[in-house]
Design a protein around this ligand. Structure first.
Ligand code: 5GP
Ligand code: ZN
Length: 140
């Protein structure tokens, strides 16, 4: 047993409904699903969040997403699907082992209601340009 719930799920020391497993990745049913078929995909190695992931680990997680999304599509015929990945408590992260949510969508008033409030007065075209300059410098 470790103090990380998802590491315990990987090890099998706490129960979960696993739907997929390979050398690097596990996918299992979210215990408090917001819609039918809500799945989490995680790396087997403990990584707290996206910042800690290597590109290879991120690729391993994402590489199974289309396969699982298509299984959800075939099984439940949802009208859509959201991919969600939270980093840090203010962003909604509650379990600090990287995970990607796959949330099948049935209609706009199902259990998942993301709020999207564009700040177009603050972030003018000029301001976006300045922000992009700062980010590009960090990517050099
Ligand atoms: P977060 O808010 O960190 O992005 O999402 C954490 C997710 O993990 C939540 O949707 C929550 O329902 C799920 N979760 C928390 N504890 C457990 C657990 O013990 N088992 C499973 N299967 N899911 C869990
Ligand atoms: Zn962990």
């Amino acid at each position: 047993m470790t103090s990380c719930i998802f590491c315990n799920i990987v090890e099998g020391s706490i129960p979960s409904e696993k739907i997929y497993e390979d050398e690097h990745v596990v996918a299992f049913m979210d215990i408090m699903p917001v819609t039918k078929g809500h799945v989490l995909i995680i790396p087997k190695t403990h990584r707290e969040n996206l910042y800690e992931m290597t590109s290879e680990e991120a690729a391993q997680v994402f590489s199974v997403a289309p396969k699982i999304a298509n299984a959800l599509k075939e099984e439940f015929a949802p009208a859509g699907l959201n991919v969600l990945q939270n980093n840090g408590a203010p962003a909604g992260q509650a379990v600090f082992h990287f995970h990607m949510h796959l949330i099948p969508r049935y209609d706009r008033s199902d259990g998942f209601q993301p709020q999207w409030d564009p700040q177009t007065d603050t972030f003018t075209v000029e301001r976006i340009k300045e922000i992009a300059v700062g980010i590009r410098k960090k990517l050099l």
